[in-house]
Write a protein that binds this ligand. Structure first.
Ligand SMILES: Cc1cc2nc3c(=O)[nH]c(=O)nc-3n(C[C@H](O)[C@H](O)[C@H](O)COP(=O)(O)OP(=O)(O)OC[C@H]3O[C@@H](n4cnc5c(N)ncnc54)[C@H](O)[C@@H]3O)c2cc1C
Length: 212
């Protein structure tokens, strides 16, 4: 599940997004509104989720307790949280069939994803563009829906798998493996930040309007 909160940035959060990792949990923080405030998304793995709600609030002390062992700017950030929401996050397989007679699935209905590539809304937008293009191109509606699924499914499945992979990487529990893996990420991020970013060119460099 994930807590989300917005706090004032009076503690000098840098301009870049930061990922803070620990066993079974991680926290992403990045500045909003020209750096006036900071958005926090803090995820923790749990085996249970009971609330049926889209706007569930939680006690900020639960968030602070879950990340009590984190260093850096995390304690400063969490000390400023006055209100926080809580969301259940789930792994689901990508749907095998995205269309029926006169019906198409797109966005989360077709490929709900963990948010650890920050791509759920982007995929939904790409789906919408592609679906419209396919319907424009083909007079036969069922052929258009089939073409839509064909153009979108592999890419979405790859992104969902990458988000699952990030959950695994961020939340490593074995201290030895975690130490080696996270130090490697830290060093690579410092020495070759461009290379770290370019590994995701296939996601962030994709222009659906050029390919659909
Ligand atoms: C914690 C968290 C962080 C995220 N961060 C990011 C991010 O950084 N970047 C990103 O790209 N994505 C992110 N996402 C994912 C993103 O929010 C979703 O992937 C995206 O909203 C999916 O869009 P959608 O249109 O498919 O579904 P939704 O946005 O869920 O829209 C479905 C709509 O259908 C309506 N609806 C449901 N049932 C009915 C009904 N019976 N009748 C009428 N209307 C109905 C709902 O009210 C809703 O408005 C995040 C998600 C979470 C939970």
């Amino acid at each position: 599940m994930a807590w989300r909160a917005v706090v004032p940035n009076d503690f000098g959060h840098p301009a870049e997004a930061h990922v803070h990792m620990g066993p079974g949990r991680h926290m992403v923080s990045y500045p909003l509104r020209g750096g006036d405030c900071v958005n926090i998304v803090a995820a923790e793995e749990r085996r249970y989720w009971v609330e049926e709600s889209w706007s569930h609030e939680d006690d900020p002390d639960n968030l602070r307790a879950a990340f009590a062992g984190f260093g850096g700017k995390v304690p400063d950030m969490l000390a400023r949280v006055r209100r926080t929401g809580l969301w259940g996050l789930f792994r689901h397989p990508v749907a095998r069939q995205w269309h029926g007679e006169g019906v198409a699935l797109l966005g989360d209905a077709a490929h709900p994803t963990l948010p650890f590539m920050a791509q759920g809304a982007n995929m939904a937008l790409e789906d919408a563009w592609t679906l419209a293009r396919c319907l424009d191109e083909q007079a036969d509606q069922s052929a258009a829906l089939e073409a839509y699924q064909l153009r979108r499914r592999d890419r979405c499945a790859r992104i969902v798998a990458a988000a699952n992979g990030n959950a695994w990487k961020y939340h490593l529990r074995n201290p030895l493996i975690r130490g080696v893996a996270h130090s490697g990420l830290k060093i690579a991020g410092r020495l070759a930040p461009d290379r770290m970013l370019h590994q995701f060119d296939w996601i962030y460099g994709h222009d659906v309007t050029a390919t659909a």
